[in-house]
Design a protein around this ligand. Structure first.
Ligand code: MTE
Ligand code: MO
Length: 356
């Protein structure tokens, strides 16, 4: 069901329509350790629902010993924490693949780090008391649409163990304000370290189930596969990525960068859902040679880490790159690894710069 097209062929009107609805984070927003609301990327499969919080409830049911029905006030009276979390769409980098999977055509901007406010998922599940037969927990959003020929609500599951242990929260706030409609008002799931699709927005039902969820977004979407008819492997946690704040100034149409020769500090941020960032390297010669960047702070253990690198820029045309390595030894490839859905492409960023 995923069509592909040649990478050199321009994006279609359908891809443009998706790209206009689902905005990316402008890379200059890498300046902020917490992405201002409105600059965080957005991805919504169907329509943004309008929710009346006076009648909205979160229903917790299925294979639980104590079913719960909670208003937003009920949730806000529970233990409240703030979780800075870096979120990246699993399709980030898709438009760099050849052939290009036809879907939301992200380059590298499907990212953001927000400080989410909410209550721990685990304590709510403990209160509901999962039955021994519960192997997964399903999270259902209010938004509906058609995908793969099937009418569906947006919903995704986690194993019961992940739901209890991943440090997930049910969030009603972002950066100190209530969730805006586009980020899931009134409630969303936030699972640190996982790709974006896991973080179900407009959440209204949590169901404990006794078999792996077979819905579209789990069994068909978000799987790494080469061909349509193979089962593939599920997309789960984010692989490492470093991004650079584009230095200098852009040319309007091409966004090629222009800056003066001499000393510059290159800066950026790096993250991984599979271990903390232990190394960032920079190349200023088109990935021929690499040197270590200096690592800085992260706004939290599940959020991106700052890095910086002093660069003596000589006049001419340069290609700048950066690459991250995490504590589990995962790093970034120089070239994309292709898959049909265009997921998890963490090939290194390349920035073309004219030094004057
Ligand atoms: N209910 C619902 N939740 C959803 C989605 C959706 O379409 N519907 N999109 C998912 C995907 S693919 C991503 S990448 C993130 C994006 O979250 P954001 O728009 O708040 O950045 O939300 C996830 N949660
Ligand atoms: Mo996504």
């Amino acid at each position: 069901m995923t069509a592909t097209t040649s990478a050199t062929e321009g994006i279609s009107t359908e891809e443009l329509q998706l790209a206009l609805r689902n905005s990316g984070m402008p890379l200059e927003a890498l300046r902020w350790s917490i992405t201002p609301v409105g600059l965080h990327y957005l991805l919504t499969h169907y329509d943004i629902p309008a929710v009346d919080v006076a009648t909205w409830r979160l229903e917790v049911g299925g294979l639980v010993k104590r079913a719960l029905s909670l208003s937003l006030d009920d949730l806000q009276r529970r233990e409240t924490i703030e979780l800075p979390s870096t979120m990246e769409c699993a399709g980030n980098g898709r438009a760099r693949l050849d052939p290009r999977p036809v879907s939301q055509p992200w380059l590298t901007e499907a990212i953001g780090t927000a400080a989410w406010t909410g209550t721990p998922l685990a304590s709510l599940l403990e209160e509901a008391d999962l039955d021994e037969s519960a192997v997964e927990v399903l999270f259902t959003g209010l938004d509906r649409g058609v995908e793969g020929g099937t009418s569906q609500a947006y919903e995704r599951s986690l194993t019961a163990a992940e739901a209890l242990e991943a440090g997930a929260i049910l969030a009603w706030g972002v950066n100190g304000v209530p969730l805006p409609p586009q980020h899931g008002y009134p409630l969303r799931l936030v699972v640190p370290g996982w790709y974006g699709m896991t973080n179900v927005k407009w959440l209204h039902r949590i169901t404990a189930i006794d078999a792996p969820f077979e819905g579209y977004q789990q069994a068909h979407g978000y799987r790494i596969r080469q061909e349509e008819d193979e089962p593939g492997t599920p997309v789960t946690r984010m692989v490492p990525r470093a991004l650079m704040l584009p230095p200098g100034v852009p040319e309007f149409l091409t966004r090629r960068r222009f800056l003066e020769s001499g000393s510059h500090v290159l800066e950026g941020r790096a993250w991984s859902g599979r271990g903390e960032i232990v190394r960032v390297e920079v190349s200023v010669d088109g990935c021929s040679t690499w040197a270590d960047a200096v690592l800085g702070d992260a706004p939290g253990p599940h959020a991106w880490r700052a890095w910086s690198f002093e660069w003596q820029a000589d006049p001419g045309e340069q290609v700048l790159s950066c690459r991250a390595t995490d504590s589990a030894g995962n790093t970034q490839p120089l070239e994309p690894e292709w898959n049909l859905g265009g997921y998890s492409n963490n090939a290194v960023q390349r920035l073309s710069v004219t030094v004057e």
